[in-house]
Design a protein around this ligand. Sequence first.
Ligand code: GYE
Length: 351
Amino acid sequence: MKRTGKLGALLVLSAILLVTSACGKNNNNNNAEPSKAAASSAAAPSSEAPASEPAAPADKQISMGFAQVGAESGWRTANTDSIQSAAKEAGIDLKFSDAQQKQENQIKAIRSYIQQKVDVIAFSPVVESGWDTVLKEAKDAGIPVILTDRAVDSKDTSLYVTFMGSDFVEEGRMAGTWLADQYKDTAEDINIVELQGTTGSAPANDRKAGFAEKIAANPHLKVIASQTGDFTRAKGKEVMQAFLKANKDIDVLYAHNDDMALGAIQAIEAAGLKPGVDIKIISVDGVKDGMTAAAEGKINYIVECNPLLGPLLMQTAKDLLDGKEPPKRIVTPDGTFTSEQAKEALPNRKY
Ligand code: GYE
């Protein structure tokens, strides 16, 4: 119990330290691979631990049911790869399902994991609300639930063991802070359009809120249109087309993820405009295609969101089944990239 406390404290501390440094005002992101650094530092105690002390009885393989959101973005693909490869490495029997961005599919998958009596359930909730009933079913069956990446809004926090992932409000704040700084001396109105993530999802709610908070002080920064693009490239393109049709003078696009920004870039170019120049673009994630667009100057600023949660998830599951209590919230740290920084980081980018 005592050692768990220490491990937990260490994880949280290293995450907080990195978050703090990543969010520092003069963060110039010297680190060529902040994601890798972040992931390994968050998972460092984890990946070293099992070699010396097996977490579960040697003869019993841990089974984990994982209900994934879908395959909507490059971020999600990297997240899935991380989870699947970390399970293999940890010797965990992973049952994996893809809910195609539908809550009812995730609920079905969780119920089937309960029926199969897995040792632990993990999932990334597509939306924040509506989980209490199924989480209660898992709890009644004595199966612990770990939330990865996205949060639920359940009042009863005993329905899950821990929630690991980025601080999305902080990501929105980083995006808003950069923009506010770019236009701090403007005397004209700056027209911003926003492509939101999946309606009702934690990253859409929080990235919107954090951004709004940071641009609020300057009345010239105006969000003139804000709509969901469901975190996909196709939807990002479609909604951007509509934005361009309805608004003559768009100065800035804030996209809640790289994929929507990449779709929007196609729409912007098709309209004869230069992304990154005629319309400044900010996005979140930092996946390879996004970083490439940033290096080309088509995206001006990327707030990173680390998808490499697999090793931390597997270690947490092992610890949990070993009787240790993980911290209730594990924040994974994120950095930021200007075009220049993206250019530098790109050659070492893993996803
Ligand atoms: O930003 C987006 C994905 O939940 C953090 O989901 C994740 C988000 C990510 O579809 O690309």
